[in-house]
Design a protein around this ligand. Sequence first.
Ligand code: PBG
Length: 328
Amino acid sequence: MTFPLSRPRRLRRDEFSRRLVRETVLTANDLILPVFVHELDGRAPVASMPGVDRLSIDELLRVAEQAVALKIPALTLFPVTAPDAKSLDGAEAWNPDGLAQRAIRALKKNFPELGVITDVALDPYTTHGQDGLIDDSGYVVNDETVAALVAQALSHADAGADVVAPSDMMDGRIGAIREALEENGHVNTRILAYSAKYASSFYGPFRDAVGSAGSLGKGNKYTYQMDPANSDEALREVALDLEEGADMVMIKPGLPYLDIVRRVKDHFGAPTFVYQVSGEYAMLKAAALNGWLDERACALEALTSIKRAGADGVLTYFALDAARWLAE
Ligand code: PBG
């Protein structure tokens, strides 16, 4: 009988040596909490995202307080626009007294140390649910949309946003937003570019949450979001956004796209974030609620895997729970 020359199981035998050789450690520093805000009082549950509520600004401040206590560095805001404030051109997006702008001001006033990230895209504000302006054929027009996104990003920065995160996938928007921020004295407003954002069907629950699903109807976003079949194209998108002045880049969704995360991190070495999207959350939650999966173990495994693939941080609806679990 010959013995194995190497026994990798030795280091797995005890918890002390498993801890010593652990390569990836998830902490609260890695988490960004997405939050939905609405114009109504109190909280309203999102049916397809059990455990996630739409929040009034008062409730948002309670959640922000928890995030600060749990040492979560930042949250990202998604407003639910009242139907009568939606329009063809989404002009509510740059209303200085819009819901997003009021939420930013309330957060920065009460919790100046908590990073506030905002979503830059028109879909919560347009009657057609597209992320930009459309022509007569329904096609989302690029350059006119970029001008609108610049106005939206500036209004967020004016309200005090620390980071603007364009999620629209128009060409040239990062450069245009960067230039406008510089010209208007917002030299330290960071840009987190949704660089490789795929035309994914995993965004369904989010569109229910912000109320853009009904507006979009049978429409889709294939003319601007990326084809899930593509990988090299993600590198070209990230290269452009970094050249145009992005401080951080994002891959979205998460778990089905970890090959992209690894390629982007290896190729650019830039701060790289991942959005574990609404559909990923809904799948885990649904299985957990049926007793088919252990929620805590599976959520932490998914988040750790995203970090192992190369992410510096994760936008996740599990952020508050994950931070609590990690603190135990
Ligand atoms: C809007 C936006 C979407 C998400 C973030 N910003 C939806 C979409 O592009 O249709 C999805 C987030 C999620 O599913 O959790 N531009």
